[in-house]
Design a protein. Structure first.
Length: 471
């Protein structure tokens, strides 16, 4: 890596933090004022950011174990992914020309055959792809729990812990199978009671509410067309009793709106509100087909949105009204979504795709490069309930940050570093820190073997395909 200098720490007081100093780089803090420095510094002390500012770092710092010359780079907060389905890493490239409902019908029979070993391999692949591309906080929505499949949520958590990524998994659920008018096969859904019991057990076993937590659990029934009203209501009660966040899919397709009106006599947003599913502890994926009243309800209640532009386009679900949501004050983050509907599996490409899709739909002033960087960092932290801890480069916040290389062929002629990151090709990650710990160096993961993960995921994908085919 260009300019890296590692030095031995001088003698220091017991328990004094080790410091990493990054200098000579452009800095986009994404703080409330969108403060930027053409050439600045970031000092990390232990797990936290100690100082951010223009010019070189303060003199006389003790305990410096690493100095990074960031010439030709931009440092930003780490990217925050707000919606994903890790298990879908094993079923990429299928149902290529299907809209959402046909896509689900085609893939549910295969997904219903997953097991713990497969989910572990899929989580490794999904996480590796995101972390290598600048994600420091990952979220997953796992809702498929076939009978006898093992500890699927635990498999994801193990993969995230090994990689060193900050993780916000949600314990999803489905209790409306095909025989009850839902889409998933009956053997892939749970009873309402079993889903609620398992969700509470997941919270009790894994959830860590600490400021520097690496693992927080959310409650996440899948969607209106795969979940009973009872499960939605009781899940919201459970989440609030336990003090955790709620997540689901909302207003993703026209068919979902028709389904809600036919079954419940109201549109999705009104239905969610009637079941306790609007609030500042709730975020929903997609939120594409929303009218002005829906947007106003989200703004009034502080309900957040996980925007997934590539997936929305891949399954032709529509274009979310993101500029209108932002103008109304709705918290909006970015999401990869499952890689069966966004095969790249990368969040940093969603910055560019969000900008282009919304300009195509709403004109050149629909979004700008700094708005989408904010969605990918601070906006994501907002919808995950962690804006006080991550999402911007500010003293006292956790040291989750990314150093992007912008002096190479793909970016060297773009003078504005934020524009280079958003509009240019996917920028290489020279260094990524989570809790002050390096997880990427020179574009390679430091905590796991990428090649071994690729081989393991390939083998798991082939085994799943054989099982689904009845071999």
């Amino acid at each position: 890596m260009r300019g890296i200098i590692t030095v031995a720490a001088p003698p220091q007081a017991p328990h004094a933090p080790e410091r990493t100093v990054i200098e000579n780089c452009a800095v986009a803090t994404v703080d409330a004022q969108d403060t930027e420095h053409p050439s600045g510094h970031v000092v990390v002390a232990g797990k936290r950011i100690e100082s951010v500012g223009p010019g070189p770092a303060p003199e006389g710092l003790t305990g410096v174990v690493r100095r990074v010359d960031g010439t030709g780079h931009l440092v930003t907060p780490g990217l925050v992914n707000t919606h994903h389905h890790f298990y879908q890493w094993l079923t990429r490239g299928l149902a290529q020309d299907s809209p959402l409902f046909d896509w689900l019908v085609a893939l549910y029979p295969t997904w219903a055959r997953i097991d713990e070993e497969m989910v572990y391999a899929a989580a490794q692949g999904s996480l590796a792809m995101m972390v290598r591309g600048g994600v420091t906080t990952a979220m997953d929505h796992h809702y498929v729990f076939p009978r006898g499949s093992g500890d699927l949520l635990g498999a994801e958590i193990r993969a995230a812990r090994e990689m060193g990524v900050r993780f916000s998994p949600t314990r999803g659920s489905m209790d409306r199978g095909k025989s009850d008018g839902g889409l998933p096969p009956d053997f892939a859904v749970e009873t309402t009671e079993a889903a609620l019991i398992a969700t509470e057990e997941a919270i009790d076993t894994y959830h860590d509410p600490a400021f520097d937590s690496m693992l927080r659990i959310g409650v996440a029934p899948c969607s209106p067309f795969s979940v009973s009203t009872e499960l939605l209501r009781e899940a919201a009660v459970l989440a609030r009793r336990k003090g955790v966040r709620l997540h689901t899919h909302g207003s993703e397709t026209v068919e979902e709106e028709q389904f809600c009106k036919e079954l419940f006599g109201m549109g999705p947003t009104d239905y969610f509100e009637s079941t306790g599913w609007l609030g500042d502890d709730v975020w929903m994926a997609h939120c594409i087909h929303m009218n002005d009243t829906d947007i106003a309800a989200f703004a009034r209640t502080g309900t957040g949105v996980g925007h997934c532009p590539s997936s929305n386009a891949r399954i032709a679900a529509g274009t979310a009204r993101v500029p209108d949501l932002l103008r109304a004050g709705v918290p909006v983050g970015l999401g990869v979504d499952g890689t069966a509907s966004n095969e790249s599996g990368e969040l940093h490409t969603e910055l560019r795709n969000a900008l282009l899709i919304h300009r195509l739909a709403g004109g050149a002033d629909a979004l700008n490069v700094r708005q989408v960087l904010r969605m990918g960092t601070y906006g994501g932290a907002q919808v995950l309930g962690r804006a006080a801890e991550i999402g911007s480069l500010e003293p006292g916040k956790l040291a989750d940050l990314v150093l992007w290389k912008l002096d190479g062929l793909g970016h060297s002629t773009i003078a504005d570093p934020v524009a280079a990151l958003v509009l240019g090709a996917a920028a290489p990650v020279t260094l990524s820190l989570i809790n002050g710990r390096p997880v990427v160096e020179d574009g390679r993961l430091t905590t796991v073997d990428e090649d071994a993960i690729a081989r393991g995921a390939r083998d798991a994908s082939r085994r799943l395909a054989r099982i689904a085919a009845g071999d």
